[in-house]
Design a binder for this molecule. Structure first.
Ligand SMILES: CC(=O)SCCNC(=O)CCNC(=O)[C@H](O)C(C)(C)COP(=O)(O)OP(=O)(O)OC[C@H]1O[C@@H](n2cnc3c(N)ncnc32)[C@H](O)[C@@H]1OP(=O)(O)O
Ligand SMILES: O=C([O-])CC(=O)C(=O)O
Length: 371
């Protein structure tokens, strides 16, 4: 039996959703660069779910559905109020998404129509959940979603209680496009494994959220911000990075299992970070990030991944560090649900083998003879 450690290089599913070929990322055949520059998150969601870009009426219909499903029930709000205020937002999100299934009388239905509706519902409600929990723990009242604002602007509106500037909403929208799907990353694979047992969509997305949370995956963006804060200023960067590398510690936001010559999403986030820093007139975290990139690339040959510059981008948007990974989930739910739908279309249980390397031939010993 062959064991690709961490399943490196192993092709586990066939997919028509996104591809990484020779370092180029596409969603349904469209290059990420073009989508990031020209599209919107809602268009990308439609594309990932349906395989084609929407026309005007299809887009209008999707936006209306997202608006319709965005409010969360008083029961869920009450649950959010009762969770410990210092719980990690990813733990809260994982728990609430799991709870949502119990309030959906059709949760156990595996029809395509119901699963498609659930995909839209989850996508619509996750921003409302994240912003409600952020406000509640700050002792503020949650702000209800406002129809017609658009997905990214509505998130910032619910978070801050005031409508965002065009620049802020546009920056977040672009970041959401860049995070929406990524071939067979760990959380998507986890969602597909859950779906492969014919479990329901809520279970698959709960699995995915738990998987995204880890610092080797989506949780890295929060850790990047923690690193920037820990270093604190430009003068301390070189010593900090050299020390980490000498101790064989990982620098968060660098490296990738698939991209060895750089993540094509990082350049968009770097530029967004540069622009936001200049507009706000506080370039510290952008300047620190570029110096860290320079050093890590020079000393270790590693390039920034999608999580590295997204940290300073979200920070410039006034978002607190522990909401960065939930924001990743708020975008990636579109990719996860597209993969759940695709898995169900050609489902076969996902069940690889393990090569047993433990002891053999042991005999049972009575408890009084054990040491
Ligand atoms: C959205 C996303 O999930 S993007 C990834 C987000 N995660 C991070 O940014 C966390 C930091 N990065 C990492 O831990 C890794 O690069 C991963 C998890 C992304 C990829 O891991 P793998 O493909 O398993 O690579 P692996 O960990 O084997 O690294 C290969 C070598 O590069 C080193 N390396 C990889 N990433 C880093 C890093 N960020 N900092 C320092 N060294 C690193 C490893 O220590 C290893 O070195 P060695 O050969 O001397 O032992
Ligand atoms: O593909 C991966 O392994 C991780 C990643 O970049 C993502 O999920 O966006």
């Amino acid at each position: 039996m062959s064991t690709g450690k961490g399943l490196e290089g192993i092709v586990a599913v066939e997919s028509e959703i996104s591809s990484i070929i020779d370092g180029v990322l596409t969603y349904r055949g469209y290059q990420i660069d073009e989508l990031a520059e020209q599209s919107t998150f809602e268009e990308v969601a439609y594309l990932l779910w349906n395989g084609k870009l929407p026309n005007e009426s299809q887009l209008a219909e999707l936006k209306e559905l997202l608006d319709q499903h965005a409010p969360i029930t008083p029961t869920l709000l009450k649950q959010l109020e009762e969770y410990p205020k210092d719980a990690h937002p990813m733990a809260v999100l994982r728990t609430i998404v799991s709870a949502l299934s119990m309030y959906d009388p059709d949760a156990e239905q595996q029809t395509l129509a119901h699963n498609r509706e659930t995909a839209i519902k989850l996508t619509a409600q996750i921003p409302t959940i994240i912003t409600a929990l952020a406000r509640l723990r700050a002792g503020k009242e949650p702000v209800a979603p406002k129809a017609g604002l658009g997905f990214a602007a509505n998130f910032l509106y619910m978070l801050n209680g005031e409508e965002p500037t065009f620049v802020a909403a546009h920056a977040l929208d672009k970041a959401l496009i860049l995070h929406a799907d990524h071939e067979l990353n760990a959380s998507t694979f986890a969602a597909r494994v859950t779906t492969g047992t014919l479990s329901d969509m809520y279970s698959a997305i709960t699995t995915a959220i738990g998987t995204l949370k880890g610092p080797l995956h989506g949780g890295a963006n929060e850790q990047v911000m923690a690193t920037l804060r820990e270093i604190g200023n430009l003068d301390k960067i070189d010593a900090y990075i050299e020390n980490k590398l000498a101790n064989k510690e990982k620098i968060m936001g660098f490296g990738h299992r698939v991209y060895k010559n750089g993540d094509p999403r990082a350049k968009h986030l770097r530029e967004m970070s540069r622009q936001l820093a200049a507009q706000i007139g506080d370039t510290l975290y952008y300047d620190m990030s570029t110096r860290i990139e320079e050093l890590v690339t020079q000393k270790k040959g590693l390039k920034p991944n999608v999580d590295f510059y997204s940290a300073s981008v979200y920070n410039y948007l006034g978002i607190s560090g522990d909401l960065f990974t939930p924001i990743f989930a708020m975008s990636r739910v579109v990719g996860w649900t597209a993969h759940v739908l695709e898995q169900l279309e050609h489902n076969r249980l996902i069940r690889p083998r393990a090569e047993y390397i433990g002891p053999m031939g042991r005999r049972y010993e009575a408890i009084e003879h054990r040491r």
